[in-house]
Design a protein around this ligand. Structure first.
Ligand SMILES: Nc1ncnc2c1ncn2[C@@H]1O[C@H](COP(=O)(O)OP(=O)(O)OP(=O)(O)O)[C@@H](O)[C@H]1O
Length: 296
């Protein structure tokens, strides 16, 4: 069953800004990653699903209800984490969470406490004195504390350090196991890769792909930098192996799609000083996915 759906949604802000003919759905129990570079239209899309904005054309529904007309009803059973969180700055974190719990009509604060511990959140201080990361943690606790079945999360890990990012990924996996349906925007492939079943990719306001995570992973090229003990060995390795992108002194850069067995076997014949994988930007992924090459 489709829990969230957008059909041919256009919101044109002029000058090619906005979203255009956007269609995708999130199925029940699915985690859908919504990937795109800055300014691609992720937040605009999410704002339409929340009914904060009406489309020029098209339809948005959540659980079969119109996102704009029935926004209030939808919001009651939705965990929402905004990209930029507006808090009541003068409250302490604790007061704010209490206030939100009251608004949600929550009786049991057990899960709130668990989440506070999970993210090592010190909620005693005033919100206006908190760092971006701390505010983000409050936003997370707030969105998850009443265990809704539906989540819309706009760049949930922005401002979190790597340890907390991992903690968040665990939380998403936990919620998925419980059967929750999640739409999560991101501009980092790695976090989507670790949590999502499918990914919708948005570029310049248009959906350019909706893919199974498995297909995306298969098409993703891994880029490695190998440093060898001598320039002669670097040249020799480069002559022997497929997918070489660059040889620079003792370092060889290689792009590999799929299995790495042959590459590893080949390395065994050389004196390898270091082997590092390059983190890929979303742009790299786009290019590989459509058969191009980011180095060209
Ligand atoms: N209310 C608005 N009026 C005019 N232009 C807007 C409005 N809201 C968004 N835009 C423009 O629409 C485009 C898409 O913005 P959006 O915030 O949806 O991108 P995003 O993918 O969420 O990016 P980011 O990762 O930076 O948050 C941008 O060019 C933005 O400037």
């Amino acid at each position: 069953m489709k829990m969230m759906e957008m059909k041919h949604v256009t919101k044109d802000y002029g000058n090619q800004r906005g979203i255009f003919d956007v269609s995708f759905a999130v199925k029940e129990g699915e985690v859908l990653g919504f990937l795109g570079p800055n300014g691609a239209g992720k937040t605009t899309t999410i704002r339409h699903l929340l009914g904060f904005s009406t489309p020029d054309k098209g339809v948005c529904t959540i659980s079969g209800k119109d996102c704009f007309k029935e926004a209030e009803t939808i919001h009651r059973s939705l965990g929402y984490l905004p990209g930029e969180i507006a808090f009541m700055d003068d409250m302490t974190g604790k007061q704010f969470l209490r206030f939100m719990a009251d608004m949600k009509g929550m009786k049991n604060m057990g899960r709130m406490q668990e989440l506070i511990e999970m993210f090592s959140l010190d909620s005693r201080g005033k919100i206006k004195k908190m760092s971006k990361g701390m505010k983000q943690k409050i936003g997370i606790v707030c969105a998850f504390m009443d265990s809704p079945d539906l989540y819309i999360l706009d760049e949930p890990t922005s401002g979190l350090d790597p340890l907390m990012q991992n903690q968040f990924i665990d939380l998403i996996r936990e919620e998925k196991k419980r059967g929750a349906t999640i739409l999560m925007s991101s501009h980092m492939f790695e976090e989507v890769e670790r949590t999502c079943d499918r990914t919708a990719i948005i570029k310049e306001g248009k959906i350019v792909a909706v893919e199974d995570m498995k297909t995306l992973k298969k098409n993703k090229q891994k880029i490695f930098h190998v440093t060898l003990a001598s320039e002669a060995e670097a040249l020799s390795l480069a002559g022997e192996i497929k997918g070489v992108r660059e040889v620079k002194e003792t370092q060889v850069t290689i792009g590999i799609k799929g299995e790495m067995t042959e590459f590893i076997r080949c390395l065994g014949n050389y004196r390898v000083l270091s082997l590092t994988e390059q983190r890929q930007s979303l742009e790299d992924l786009f290019l590989h996915f459509y058969g191009g090459d980011s180095n060209e």
